[in-house]
Design a protein around this ligand. Structure first.
Ligand SMILES: [Fe+2]
Ligand SMILES: [Fe+2]
Length: 196
């Protein structure tokens, strides 16, 4: 890995992640990085940037919720959608840490990390790739689900088709668990339906 986008070497990044994540989460981050890199190649995006975004996307995932809330309140400006479910709190904080602790300044990497849980209304192909890599990486994600996504990724308009599958699943699962659905999730789903 070239380290033009961070102030740390790959070894230093891996050590930081090992210290701050569970073994399973660490394995998920490695899987996401490799998968993001492969997707970047497939969709003509910067492979090195995708690898770094994948590696760091969940860097704050294992922080205590109180710590996440503290960082959000003290350091960040977040949108109401980002605060609807505590499970998404780690995304803006991971972007914050990517910048502060790893020296990442590239806006596209930081945005892909920040929006990897909710997605955002106008996602770039790069952001879509990181979002999808998080869902289909081979180390911790369901193999059949990944296979289904990979299949549509080879079709025309594959990125949007793959995203539509993800949003359908997310909405179904939120309804099943009686959890709130962010307006942003509904908007993205509606848009994907009209653009498939
Ligand atoms: Fe995450
Ligand atoms: Fe993740």
């Amino acid at each position: 890995m070239k380290t033009d986008y961070t102030k740390l070497s790959e070894k230093e990044i891996l050590n930081w992640l090992k210290e701050n994540l569970t073994d399973e989460r660490f394995s998920h981050c490695l899987g996401t990085a490799k998968c993001a890199k492969r997707l970047a190649k497939q969709f003509n995006q910067d492979e090195n940037k995708a690898y770094i975004a994948g590696l760091l996307h969940d860097c704050a995932k294992c922080f205590e919720t109180e710590k996440l809330v503290e960082i959000i309140n003290e350091k960040l400006k977040v949108e109401p959608d980002e605060m609807m479910n505590y499970k998404t709190f780690h995304a803006p904080v991971s972007a914050y840490c990517a910048n502060k602790d790893f020296g990442v300044c590239d806006d596209e990497i930081l945005s892909a990390i920040r929006w990897h849980t909710l997605g955002k209304r106008e996602m770039t192909d790069f952001e879509k790739i990181v979002f999808l890599a998080d869902k289909i990486e081979p180390n911790t994600r369901d193999k059949d689900y990944s296979k289904k996504i990979k299949k549509v990724l080879r079709e025309e308009n594959g990125l949007n088709k793959a995203l539509l599958i993800c949003y359908k699943e997310t909405i179904k699962s939120l309804v099943k668990r009686e959890l709130k659905i962010c307006p942003i999730t509904i908007d993205i789903y509606n848009k994907l339906l009209t653009n498939k």
